[in-house]
Design a protein around this ligand. Structure first.
Ligand code: ATP
Length: 367
Protein backbone atom coordinates (compact mmCIF):
# COMPACT_ATOMS: atom_id res chain seq x y z
CA UNK A 1 0.00 0.00 0.00
CA UNK A 2 1.14 3.56 -0.74
CA UNK A 3 0.25 6.19 1.85
CA UNK A 4 0.57 9.93 1.49
CA UNK A 5 0.10 11.68 4.83
CA UNK A 6 -0.53 15.42 5.01
CA UNK A 7 1.77 16.10 2.10
CA UNK A 8 2.65 19.73 1.47
CA UNK A 9 4.85 20.97 -1.34
CA UNK A 10 5.85 24.61 -1.55
CA UNK A 11 8.40 25.17 -4.30
CA UNK A 12 10.05 27.95 -2.30
CA UNK A 13 10.40 25.54 0.61
CA UNK A 14 8.32 27.75 2.92
CA UNK A 15 5.20 26.12 4.28
CA UNK A 16 3.49 29.47 4.59
CA UNK A 17 4.09 30.27 0.91
CA UNK A 18 2.26 29.25 -2.22
CA UNK A 19 1.56 25.57 -1.93
CA UNK A 20 1.45 23.44 -5.07
CA UNK A 21 0.22 20.57 -2.88
CA UNK A 22 -1.59 21.48 0.30
CA UNK A 23 -2.21 18.81 2.93
CA UNK A 24 -2.82 15.86 0.67
CA UNK A 25 -3.86 12.48 2.09
CA UNK A 26 -4.14 9.45 -0.15
CA UNK A 27 -4.02 5.68 0.23
CA UNK A 28 -3.46 3.41 -2.72
CA UNK A 29 -3.87 -0.33 -2.37
CA UNK A 30 -1.50 -2.89 -3.81
CA UNK A 31 -2.41 -3.61 -7.43
CA UNK A 32 -4.77 -0.68 -7.68
CA UNK A 33 -4.96 1.67 -10.70
CA UNK A 34 -5.44 5.22 -9.46
CA UNK A 35 -5.74 8.43 -11.47
CA UNK A 36 -4.86 11.92 -10.26
CA UNK A 37 -7.24 14.15 -12.16
CA UNK A 38 -7.77 17.88 -12.07
CA UNK A 39 -7.42 21.18 -13.91
CA UNK A 40 -4.06 22.58 -14.96
CA UNK A 41 -1.91 23.60 -12.00
CA UNK A 42 -3.84 21.61 -9.37
CA UNK A 43 -0.72 19.73 -8.24
CA UNK A 44 -1.00 16.39 -10.07
CA UNK A 45 2.50 16.30 -11.52
CA UNK A 46 4.02 17.63 -8.31
CA UNK A 47 2.39 14.74 -6.42
CA UNK A 48 3.65 12.19 -8.94
CA UNK A 49 7.17 13.64 -8.79
CA UNK A 50 7.14 13.25 -5.00
CA UNK A 51 6.07 9.62 -5.38
CA UNK A 52 8.92 9.12 -7.82
CA UNK A 53 11.39 10.77 -5.43
CA UNK A 54 12.26 13.47 -7.97
CA UNK A 55 10.87 16.10 -5.59
CA UNK A 56 10.96 16.14 -1.78
CA UNK A 57 7.82 17.08 0.17
CA UNK A 58 8.05 20.28 2.22
CA UNK A 59 6.06 18.49 4.93
CA UNK A 60 4.26 15.18 5.41
CA UNK A 61 5.19 11.56 4.88
CA UNK A 62 5.18 9.12 2.01
CA UNK A 63 5.11 5.41 2.83
CA UNK A 64 5.52 2.46 0.49
CA UNK A 65 4.07 -0.26 2.71
CA UNK A 66 5.56 0.33 6.15
CA UNK A 67 8.65 2.01 4.76
CA UNK A 68 8.99 5.79 5.01
CA UNK A 69 10.45 6.80 1.64
CA UNK A 70 10.71 10.61 1.92
CA UNK A 71 14.48 10.45 1.68
CA UNK A 72 14.85 7.37 -0.52
CA UNK A 73 16.46 8.09 -3.88
CA UNK A 74 14.39 7.47 -7.03
CA UNK A 75 16.61 4.56 -8.13
CA UNK A 76 16.01 2.79 -4.80
CA UNK A 77 12.22 3.09 -4.89
CA UNK A 78 11.48 0.22 -7.28
CA UNK A 79 9.29 2.34 -9.54
CA UNK A 80 8.87 2.51 -13.30
CA UNK A 81 7.91 5.79 -14.90
CA UNK A 82 6.51 6.87 -18.26
CA UNK A 83 6.55 10.56 -19.12
CA UNK A 84 4.45 12.49 -21.59
CA UNK A 85 7.46 12.91 -23.88
CA UNK A 86 8.42 9.20 -23.47
CA UNK A 87 12.02 10.45 -23.07
CA UNK A 88 13.50 7.58 -25.10
CA UNK A 89 17.21 7.72 -25.81
CA UNK A 90 17.36 8.56 -29.54
CA UNK A 91 20.80 7.04 -30.15
CA UNK A 92 19.89 3.67 -28.60
CA UNK A 93 17.93 0.85 -30.23
CA UNK A 94 14.58 -0.22 -28.80
CA UNK A 95 16.36 -3.19 -27.21
CA UNK A 96 18.91 -0.94 -25.49
CA UNK A 97 16.24 1.52 -24.42
CA UNK A 98 14.23 -1.23 -22.72
CA UNK A 99 17.34 -2.82 -21.21
CA UNK A 100 18.68 0.54 -19.97
CA UNK A 101 17.24 0.47 -16.43
CA UNK A 102 18.57 -3.09 -16.03
CA UNK A 103 22.04 -2.18 -17.25
CA UNK A 104 21.96 0.74 -14.80
CA UNK A 105 21.48 -1.83 -12.08
CA UNK A 106 24.55 -3.67 -13.31
CA UNK A 107 22.60 -6.62 -14.65
CA UNK A 108 24.79 -8.42 -17.23
CA UNK A 109 24.08 -7.53 -20.85
CA UNK A 110 22.85 -10.96 -21.90
CA UNK A 111 20.35 -11.21 -19.09
CA UNK A 112 19.22 -7.60 -19.60
CA UNK A 113 18.61 -8.31 -23.29
CA UNK A 114 16.71 -11.49 -22.49
CA UNK A 115 14.45 -9.59 -20.12
CA UNK A 116 14.03 -6.76 -22.61
CA UNK A 117 12.88 -9.34 -25.15
CA UNK A 118 10.42 -10.81 -22.68
CA UNK A 119 8.91 -7.42 -21.82
CA UNK A 120 8.80 -6.42 -25.48
CA UNK A 121 6.70 -9.54 -26.19
CA UNK A 122 4.12 -8.52 -23.59
CA UNK A 123 3.81 -5.15 -25.33
CA UNK A 124 3.95 -6.71 -28.81
CA UNK A 125 6.97 -4.75 -29.96
CA UNK A 126 9.47 -7.63 -30.12
CA UNK A 127 9.73 -7.19 -33.91
CA UNK A 128 11.01 -3.64 -33.38
CA UNK A 129 13.93 -4.37 -31.08
CA UNK A 130 16.62 -3.34 -33.59
CA UNK A 131 15.04 -0.03 -34.55
CA UNK A 132 15.86 3.43 -33.25
CA UNK A 133 13.07 5.57 -31.72
CA UNK A 134 13.00 7.85 -34.79
CA UNK A 135 11.94 4.84 -36.89
CA UNK A 136 8.81 4.24 -34.78
CA UNK A 137 5.30 5.64 -34.79
CA UNK A 138 4.00 7.57 -31.77
CA UNK A 139 2.06 4.56 -30.52
CA UNK A 140 5.11 2.31 -30.86
CA UNK A 141 7.30 4.81 -29.01
CA UNK A 142 4.72 4.88 -26.25
CA UNK A 143 4.93 1.11 -25.93
CA UNK A 144 8.72 1.19 -25.82
CA UNK A 145 8.49 3.71 -22.98
CA UNK A 146 6.06 1.38 -21.18
CA UNK A 147 8.33 -1.60 -21.78
CA UNK A 148 11.31 0.32 -20.41
CA UNK A 149 9.33 1.27 -17.30
CA UNK A 150 8.22 -2.34 -16.77
CA UNK A 151 11.48 -4.12 -17.60
CA UNK A 152 12.76 -4.12 -14.02
CA UNK A 153 9.49 -5.48 -12.61
CA UNK A 154 8.68 -2.37 -10.61
CA UNK A 155 6.26 -2.53 -7.71
CA UNK A 156 4.84 0.82 -8.72
CA UNK A 157 4.24 2.27 -12.16
CA UNK A 158 3.94 6.05 -12.47
CA UNK A 159 2.43 7.47 -15.65
CA UNK A 160 2.51 11.19 -16.40
CA UNK A 161 0.04 12.00 -19.20
CA UNK A 162 1.39 9.01 -21.15
CA UNK A 163 -1.17 9.26 -23.94
CA UNK A 164 -1.31 12.97 -24.58
CA UNK A 165 0.86 12.76 -27.70
CA UNK A 166 -1.32 10.16 -29.38
CA UNK A 167 -4.21 10.84 -31.74
CA UNK A 168 -7.74 10.28 -30.45
CA UNK A 169 -8.22 6.81 -31.99
CA UNK A 170 -4.86 5.44 -30.93
CA UNK A 171 -5.40 6.83 -27.43
CA UNK A 172 -8.39 4.53 -26.96
CA UNK A 173 -6.43 1.44 -28.05
CA UNK A 174 -3.38 2.33 -25.98
CA UNK A 175 -5.37 3.04 -22.84
CA UNK A 176 -7.08 -0.36 -23.07
CA UNK A 177 -3.68 -1.95 -23.55
CA UNK A 178 -2.18 -0.15 -20.56
CA UNK A 179 -5.06 -1.33 -18.40
CA UNK A 180 -4.78 -4.92 -19.68
CA UNK A 181 -1.05 -5.06 -18.99
CA UNK A 182 -1.51 -3.47 -15.58
CA UNK A 183 -4.17 -6.03 -14.64
CA UNK A 184 -2.11 -8.96 -15.88
CA UNK A 185 1.04 -7.84 -14.02
CA UNK A 186 -0.85 -6.58 -10.97
CA UNK A 187 1.47 -3.58 -10.72
CA UNK A 188 0.20 -0.68 -8.58
CA UNK A 189 -0.25 2.18 -11.04
CA UNK A 190 -0.77 5.89 -10.65
CA UNK A 191 -1.59 7.98 -13.69
CA UNK A 192 -1.66 11.75 -13.96
CA UNK A 193 -4.10 13.04 -16.51
CA UNK A 194 -6.34 15.99 -17.24
CA UNK A 195 -8.50 13.81 -19.51
CA UNK A 196 -11.50 12.85 -17.41
CA UNK A 197 -12.79 10.25 -19.83
CA UNK A 198 -9.44 8.48 -19.75
CA UNK A 199 -9.26 8.61 -15.95
CA UNK A 200 -12.79 7.31 -15.46
CA UNK A 201 -12.38 4.59 -18.09
CA UNK A 202 -9.29 2.85 -16.78
CA UNK A 203 -8.99 3.55 -13.07
CA UNK A 204 -10.19 1.67 -10.01
CA UNK A 205 -10.29 4.96 -8.15
CA UNK A 206 -9.82 8.59 -9.14
CA UNK A 207 -8.56 11.40 -6.93
CA UNK A 208 -9.96 14.75 -8.05
CA UNK A 209 -7.58 17.57 -7.13
CA UNK A 210 -8.07 21.30 -7.04
CA UNK A 211 -5.75 23.90 -5.57
CA UNK A 212 -3.37 21.25 -4.25
CA UNK A 213 -6.11 19.51 -2.27
CA UNK A 214 -8.06 16.33 -2.87
CA UNK A 215 -11.70 17.14 -3.41
CA UNK A 216 -12.95 13.57 -3.66
CA UNK A 217 -11.32 10.16 -3.96
CA UNK A 218 -13.63 7.39 -5.09
CA UNK A 219 -14.54 4.88 -7.79
CA UNK A 220 -15.53 6.49 -11.13
CA UNK A 221 -19.26 5.72 -10.89
CA UNK A 222 -19.40 7.13 -7.37
CA UNK A 223 -17.70 10.37 -8.39
CA UNK A 224 -20.08 10.76 -11.26
CA UNK A 225 -23.28 9.86 -9.42
CA UNK A 226 -22.47 11.24 -5.97
CA UNK A 227 -20.16 14.23 -6.37
CA UNK A 228 -19.23 15.51 -2.95
CA UNK A 229 -19.26 19.18 -3.91
CA UNK A 230 -19.92 21.66 -6.68
CA UNK A 231 -16.34 21.51 -7.94
CA UNK A 232 -16.42 17.74 -8.56
CA UNK A 233 -19.93 17.95 -10.00
CA UNK A 234 -19.03 20.66 -12.49
CA UNK A 235 -15.60 19.25 -13.34
CA UNK A 236 -16.83 15.77 -14.29
CA UNK A 237 -19.16 15.09 -17.17
CA UNK A 238 -19.36 16.10 -20.79
CA UNK A 239 -21.51 17.96 -21.66
CA UNK A 240 -21.26 19.39 -18.15
CA UNK A 241 -23.92 19.25 -15.47
CA UNK A 242 -26.54 22.02 -15.62
CA UNK A 243 -26.20 24.19 -12.53
CA UNK A 244 -29.04 26.59 -11.80
CA UNK A 245 -29.08 29.14 -8.97
CA UNK A 246 -31.97 28.60 -6.60
CA UNK A 247 -33.39 28.56 -3.11
CA UNK A 248 -34.99 25.85 -1.01
CA UNK A 249 -38.44 26.83 0.18
CA UNK A 250 -41.23 25.28 2.17
CA UNK A 251 -44.44 25.83 0.23
CA UNK A 252 -47.50 24.64 2.14
CA UNK A 253 -45.75 21.52 3.33
CA UNK A 254 -43.89 20.76 0.10
CA UNK A 255 -40.16 21.31 -0.20
CA UNK A 256 -39.51 23.16 -3.42
CA UNK A 257 -36.44 24.27 -5.35
CA UNK A 258 -37.26 27.76 -6.58
CA UNK A 259 -35.21 29.14 -9.45
CA UNK A 260 -35.72 32.22 -11.61
CA UNK A 261 -37.12 30.12 -14.43
CA UNK A 262 -38.97 27.19 -12.85
CA UNK A 263 -39.84 25.38 -9.64
CA UNK A 264 -39.13 21.76 -8.75
CA UNK A 265 -40.92 19.95 -5.95
CA UNK A 266 -38.59 17.55 -4.13
CA UNK A 267 -39.90 13.98 -4.21
CA UNK A 268 -41.19 12.45 -0.95
CA UNK A 269 -38.14 10.23 -0.50
CA UNK A 270 -35.76 13.19 -0.85
CA UNK A 271 -37.27 15.37 1.85
CA UNK A 272 -34.54 17.38 3.59
CA UNK A 273 -33.98 18.47 7.15
CA UNK A 274 -35.99 21.66 7.75
CA UNK A 275 -32.81 23.59 8.54
CA UNK A 276 -32.09 23.63 4.81
CA UNK A 277 -35.18 25.69 4.02
CA UNK A 278 -34.32 29.22 2.91
CA UNK A 279 -30.82 28.23 1.86
CA UNK A 280 -29.21 29.42 -1.33
CA UNK A 281 -28.33 26.43 -3.44
CA UNK A 282 -27.29 25.29 -6.90
CA UNK A 283 -29.66 22.84 -8.50
CA UNK A 284 -27.68 20.39 -10.62
CA UNK A 285 -29.00 18.07 -13.34
CA UNK A 286 -26.88 16.21 -15.86
CA UNK A 287 -27.95 16.72 -19.50
CA UNK A 288 -28.84 13.02 -19.90
CA UNK A 289 -31.05 13.18 -16.80
CA UNK A 290 -33.48 15.61 -18.44
CA UNK A 291 -36.10 14.21 -20.79
CA UNK A 292 -38.62 15.69 -23.15
CA UNK A 293 -42.10 14.89 -21.81
CA UNK A 294 -45.76 15.44 -22.49
CA UNK A 295 -47.32 18.83 -21.79
CA UNK A 296 -49.73 17.15 -19.34
CA UNK A 297 -47.07 15.42 -17.28
CA UNK A 298 -47.39 16.81 -13.75
CA UNK A 299 -43.67 17.56 -13.63
CA UNK A 300 -43.50 19.20 -17.05
CA UNK A 301 -41.45 22.38 -17.25
CA UNK A 302 -42.09 24.50 -20.37
CA UNK A 303 -38.91 25.55 -22.16
CA UNK A 304 -38.02 27.40 -25.34
CA UNK A 305 -35.44 25.77 -27.61
CA UNK A 306 -32.50 28.08 -28.40
CA UNK A 307 -30.01 25.79 -30.07
CA UNK A 308 -29.79 22.23 -31.36
CA UNK A 309 -26.38 20.62 -31.85
CA UNK A 310 -26.02 17.31 -33.66
CA UNK A 311 -23.63 14.97 -31.88
CA UNK A 312 -23.98 11.96 -34.16
CA UNK A 313 -25.39 9.58 -31.59
CA UNK A 314 -28.02 12.12 -30.53
CA UNK A 315 -28.71 15.80 -30.11
CA UNK A 316 -27.67 18.34 -27.55
CA UNK A 317 -30.59 20.72 -27.07
CA UNK A 318 -30.11 24.06 -25.31
CA UNK A 319 -33.22 25.61 -23.81
CA UNK A 320 -34.26 28.56 -21.66
CA UNK A 321 -37.40 29.25 -19.66
CA UNK A 322 -40.26 30.82 -21.57
CA UNK A 323 -39.94 34.12 -19.65
CA UNK A 324 -36.22 34.33 -20.39
CA UNK A 325 -35.37 34.79 -16.73
CA UNK A 326 -32.75 32.06 -16.29
CA UNK A 327 -29.21 33.33 -16.55
CA UNK A 328 -27.85 30.24 -18.28
CA UNK A 329 -29.14 27.89 -20.93
CA UNK A 330 -30.06 24.37 -19.86
CA UNK A 331 -28.60 21.48 -21.84
CA UNK A 332 -30.32 18.19 -22.44
CA UNK A 333 -29.48 15.18 -24.57
CA UNK A 334 -32.12 13.59 -26.78
CA UNK A 335 -32.09 10.86 -29.39
CA UNK A 336 -32.10 11.56 -33.10
CA UNK A 337 -35.74 10.54 -33.51
CA UNK A 338 -37.09 13.65 -31.80
CA UNK A 339 -37.75 16.48 -34.20
CA UNK A 340 -36.68 19.57 -32.30
CA UNK A 341 -35.97 22.94 -33.88
CA UNK A 342 -34.76 26.24 -32.45
CA UNK A 343 -37.79 28.33 -31.46
CA UNK A 344 -39.91 25.28 -30.49
CA UNK A 345 -41.74 25.19 -27.19
CA UNK A 346 -41.02 21.86 -25.47
CA UNK A 347 -41.74 20.33 -22.07
CA UNK A 348 -39.01 18.70 -20.07
CA UNK A 349 -38.74 16.90 -16.76
CA UNK A 350 -36.04 15.61 -14.45
CA UNK A 351 -35.63 11.82 -14.39
CA UNK A 352 -36.72 10.36 -11.06
CA UNK A 353 -34.33 11.49 -8.30
CA UNK A 354 -31.61 12.39 -10.80
CA UNK A 355 -30.75 15.76 -9.40
CA UNK A 356 -28.13 17.23 -7.10
CA UNK A 357 -28.31 20.03 -4.56
CA UNK A 358 -25.28 22.07 -3.49
CA UNK A 359 -25.28 24.26 -0.40
CA UNK A 360 -23.88 27.63 -1.48
CA UNK A 361 -23.71 28.78 2.13
CA UNK A 362 -21.26 25.94 2.79
CA UNK A 363 -18.68 26.05 -0.03
CA UNK A 364 -20.90 24.18 -2.46
CA UNK A 365 -21.00 20.98 -0.40
CA UNK A 366 -23.46 18.43 -1.67
CA UNK A 367 -26.72 18.23 0.31
P1 ATP B 1 -0.72 20.51 -15.52
O1 ATP B 1 -1.91 19.68 -15.80
O2 ATP B 1 -0.80 21.87 -16.15
O3 ATP B 1 0.57 19.81 -15.75
P2 ATP B 1 -0.51 19.97 -12.67
O4 ATP B 1 -1.79 19.68 -11.99
O5 ATP B 1 0.36 18.82 -12.99
O6 ATP B 1 -0.78 20.88 -13.93
P3 ATP B 1 1.74 20.99 -11.19
O7 ATP B 1 2.70 20.92 -12.34
O8 ATP B 1 1.90 19.98 -10.13
O9 ATP B 1 0.25 20.99 -11.70
O10 ATP B 1 1.85 22.44 -10.56
C1 ATP B 1 1.17 22.83 -9.38
C2 ATP B 1 1.53 24.28 -9.06
O11 ATP B 1 2.90 24.39 -8.76
C3 ATP B 1 1.26 25.25 -10.18
O12 ATP B 1 0.75 26.43 -9.65
C4 ATP B 1 2.63 25.47 -10.80
O13 ATP B 1 2.73 26.76 -11.35
C5 ATP B 1 3.54 25.33 -9.60
N1 ATP B 1 4.87 24.78 -10.00
C6 ATP B 1 5.10 23.65 -10.68
N2 ATP B 1 6.42 23.43 -10.85
C7 ATP B 1 7.04 24.48 -10.24
C8 ATP B 1 8.43 24.86 -10.05
N3 ATP B 1 9.42 24.09 -10.52
N4 ATP B 1 8.67 26.01 -9.39
C9 ATP B 1 7.67 26.77 -8.90
N5 ATP B 1 6.36 26.48 -9.03
C10 ATP B 1 6.04 25.36 -9.69
Amino acid sequence: MITLKNIVKAYDGKQAGNKAVDGLNLEINKGEFVALLGPSGCGKTTTLMMLAGLLKPTAGEIYFGERLVNHVEPKDRNIGMVFQSYALYPHLTVRDNIAFPLRERKIPKQEAYARAKETSKILQIDHLLDRKPSQLSGGQQQRVAMARALSKNPEILLLDEPMSNLDARLKLDVRDEIRKIQLSLGVTTIIVTHDQEEALAISDRVAILNGGKIQQYAAPHELFNYPINLFVASFLGSPPMNLVDGKLEDKSGDQVVVTDGFEYKLPEDKILDRTYMGKTIKFGIRPHDLVVCDKNDNQAIPMKVDLVEHLGSGKLVKVTDTQGKLETMIRLLTDNEKEIQPGDLIYIKVKANKFHLFDMTNNGQSI
